[in-house]
Write a new protein. Structure first.
Length: 393
């Protein structure tokens, strides 16, 4: 179980570390300035005494040049002061928001894709005794989760949505559509959806996003980021679900080296694929893969691992893939729910009920405009472009 007090301590520690570094830089500048002042006073005294006036003056000037070379420029000093103020303001706001939002809000603020979503488990755990553990994900609970998933899918299917519209190839709305493919994760993490940047570019937020990507995905730089995006776009859960659906039995998917836990995971995944293969098929999970890939592209751009042009190119390709396989934001949300359910089953995570609730609520906000939402509603799904000549009436 996560320790909320520990999370607050980590936030405060980050603030203290940032402030300490700035204070050390300011202290260094102060000491250098004092030293320069002492040198200037010494040179002045030497001049007044008439002792080696020219030599002392030259030495003092040289010392001033050396000191000024070590000092920060006025622009840098101003930037440091402004950065310190922004850092403190951002940290104060985040801590205040976390305190007001409680467990759910705190987890959404501090953790990302996979880890942030596990926060759903805390909604239940917070009401239980501290020493009580999650129930085991046995066959009975697994069947109950299928029932809950069906309820969430029906909830999404009832949501109002504008009719799809045709987007010409050069239509600027494609860019916004690509950004909105990251909508569910962005909503859960309170990210911006009005442009490529997920947050304001200040050091504390950049460090938070970098930590989020490393912790949730094991990605530390450009190469790993692009490899993961490529995997999600070309294989991902679509391929995994296809392999599980085509297997005649879970044993056909197992390897001799698999332990008991891995075998149980394979069995749950196989049952999921068999349960839904006739109704949806593996390609339907493209929304789960594309949505996470779009989020990684935006995170990577924010961190400077890829350029904005590269991120836009990735989002364009993901947009075409999503629009080809799916036909509405409702289908995209349902795909995300199905993919998330399969992920939870493979992980053996019994918190899937609360997790699915988080996803369904995020999709509802994006389609209905609840709170600060409505971004999906305001950007209709791209309709297939008609090819060839159309008969005249």
């Amino acid at each position: 179980m996560f320790d909320i007090n520990e999370i607050r301590k980590r936030a405060q520690a980050a603030s203290d570390a940032a402030s300490r570094q700035l204070n050390e830089s300011m202290e260094k500048s102060r000491k250098i300035t004092e030293q320069m002042q002492e040198d200037m006073e010494a040179a002045q005294a030497a001049r007044e005494a008439g002792q080696q006036q020219d030599a002392e003056q030259a030495a003092a000037q040289q010392r001033q040049v050396e000191i000024l070379g070590q000092m920060f420029s006025p622009d840098v000093m101003a930037q440091m002061a402004a950065t310190e103020e922004m850092i403190q303001k951002a940290v104060d706001e985040k801590v205040a928001e976390a305190a007001a939002l409680g467990v759910e809000g705190m987890m959404n603020q501090f953790f990302g894709d996979d880890t942030a979503l596990v926060a759903a488990a805390l909604e239940t755990l917070a009401m239980e005794e501290e020493d009580e553990e999650d129930p085991e994900l046995d066959q009975a609970l697994e069947e109950e989760l299928y029932r809950i998933l069906e309820e969430k899918l029906a909830q999404i299917d009832r949501l109002p949505e504008p009719e799809p519209i045709v987007y010409p190839k050069g239509d600027p709305r494609w860019e916004q559509f690509g950004i909105l493919l990251s909508g569910i994760i962005s909503h859960l993490n309170d990210h911006r959806l009005d442009g490529m940047d997920v947050e304001e570019h200040i050091p504390v937020m950049e460090q938070q996003i970098a930590s989020l990507v490393r912790r949730s995905w094991g990605i530390s730089g450009r190469g790993e980021l692009l490899d993961t995006i490529r995997y999600l776009a070309e294989e991902g859960y679509v391929l995994r679900c296809r392999l599980y659906g085509e297997a005649s039995s879970p044993e056909a998917l197992m390897e001799e080296s698999d332990d008991e836990e891995e075998c149980a995971s394979v069995c749950r995944g196989w049952r999921f694929a068999q349960w839904y293969k006739l109704r949806f098929g593996p390609e339907f999970l493209v929304g789960w893969d594309v949505g996470r890939a779009a989020m990684l592209a935006r995170w990577g751009c924010f961190l400077g691992w890829i350029t904005e042009g590269e991120a836009l190119g990735i989002l364009w390709e993901l947009s075409q893939k999503a629009a080809e396989e799916l036909h509405s934001w409702r289908e995209f949300a349902e795909s995300y729910l199905l993919g998330g359910m399969m992920w939870k089953l493979l992980c053996g995570d019994s918190s899937a009920e609360s997790y699915l609730g988080f996803l369904a609520d995020a999709a509802t906000d994006l389609l209905t405009g609840k709170g600060d939402g409505g971004q999906w509603r305001d950007c209709p799904w791209p309709a297939p472009r008609k090819i060839g000549f159309q008969p005249r009436g």
